[in-house]
Design a binder for this molecule. Structure first.
Ligand code: NAP
Length: 347
């Protein structure tokens, strides 16, 4: 596989690299040093052992707060293949640098369904497990079999099984232990287990309605992917046109008593009970009710069609994002007593 290929060429180290085009919010900032990693063995180069270090995927979950006086390693390791197949599942492996939406389409085209609900989420394969990306009732944790990561502390490749990743709601051990922020591990490849006993997952209202509108009473994986893609194109801004980092805040999860109290005070509050008895609220709804849907503070605003998405209307920088974020958080806290937590990583 290409990610295991040995190469004696060191990746070109760029100095004072402009990161503006390397984050989907298009925030300005420079990295003191920057290199693109296309093969695993490049990670062992002595110059990459230095800290501070930041591992960059597609830059789609990143708030650049200014210049970074350290090393940015852009993970661009390519490759995707069927690792093995048994009676129950296909095991498909991809290099960390593979584009996530392209990878999902590729699996579907080969007749290996299971990732269709995660269609069109911007980013890379290697970044997907870090925040356990999810959409329309499916999380990547449900399909991840294992991953391989380079540990800069030991200079070794480490295998993580799904349980080792300690997945949570938009969360994993890479965030919990601060490894992502410190750049300790670089995920190099991810293996997905796609069960042959495929079951459609269409319990989300928007998805069910879209499939019904398309006359798909018994949708196949392609139908679901097409519906998800259409929904996302309709509701979410394309970063190439309106810079953004997708969902900007976590959906808050509160205890049942708090949810009941809020629901009584705010009719229409969407509440999604969780298996553990806690209740998930929709951050986008809270933001909209607080008056922020389509509203701006300087160049930064909350998207007019989906209030959960923070957008850069042009010329915004890290401090402007922080100001807008704080204003939204303050208004939501004042109205609902809920503290919204941002989803992206701040560098
Ligand atoms: P939506 O349909 O407006 O719903 C708002 C929120 O309510 C969603 O965030 C979702 O939580 C929750 N929700 C809706 N129906 C639910 C159900 N049947 N059971 C449990 N929870 C439910 O959401 P949207 O903004 O258009 O997004 C649609 C999906 O795409 C969501 O799953 C969202 O998370 C996902 N998305 C993910 C990313 C990302 O991974 N960065 C970016 C953009 C959108 P959940 O978020 O927990 O699903």
């Amino acid at each position: 596989m290409s990610w295991n290929n040995s190469t004696d060429s060191s990746p070109l180290l760029e100095h004072n690299a402009d990161l503006t085009a390397r984050n989907t919010l298009a925030l300005p900032g420079r990295a003191a040093r920057y290199a693109t990693i296309t093969a695993v063995d490049q990670l062992a180069a002595a110059e990459f052992g230095a800290t501070p270090r930041f591992i960059l995927g597609g830059g789609s979950n990143l708030v650049l707060t200014g210049d970074f006086d350290g090393l940015v390693l852009h993970m661009a390791i390519p490759g995707r293949h069927l690792l093995k197949e048994d009676a129950d599942a296909w095991y498909v492996e991809a290099g960390a640098g593979e584009d996530w939406p392209g990878f999902v389409q590729w699996t579907l085209a080969r007749g290996w369904p299971g990732l269709e609900n995660l269609s069109l989420i911007p980013g890379t394969v290697g970044a997907a497990p870090i925040q356990n990306i999810g959409a329309y009732g499916l999380e990547v944790a449900e399909r991840l079999h294992s991953l391989t990561a380079y540990d800069f502390a030991t200079g070794c490749l480490v295998a993580f099984g799904a349980d080792d990743c300690r997945f949570g709601y938009r969360d994993s051990i890479f965030k919990q232990e601060g490894w992502h922020r410190s750049g300790r591990f670089a995920i190099t490849a991810v293996c997905f287990r796609l069960p042959k006993a495929w079951v459609a997952s269409c319990r989300y209202g928007d998805l069910a309605a879209e499939l019904a509108a398309r006359g798909k009473a018994a949708p196949d994986p392609r139908d679901i992917a097409d519906a998800v893609i259409a929904l996302r194109r309709r509701k979410l801004p394309d970063p190439a046109e309106i810079p953004n980092a997708g969902s900007f805040f976590h959906n808050p999860v509160v205890d049942a008593a708090t949810a009941a109290r809020l629901a009584a005070a705010h009719p229409g509050l969407p509440c999604y009970p969780q298996a553990d008895g806690w209740v998930k609220l929709a951050a986008g709804w809270l933001i909209e009710q607080a008056g922020w849907k389509g509203r701006r503070l300087g160049p930064i605003g909350m998207y007019e069609k989906q209030a959960l998405v923070l957008v850069n209307h042009g010329g915004g920088d890290g401090p402007a994002v922080k100001r807008a974020m704080a204003a939204v958080q303050a208004d939501v806290a004042a109205r609902f007593g809920i503290d919204l937590v941002p989803e992206p990583v701040f560098l």
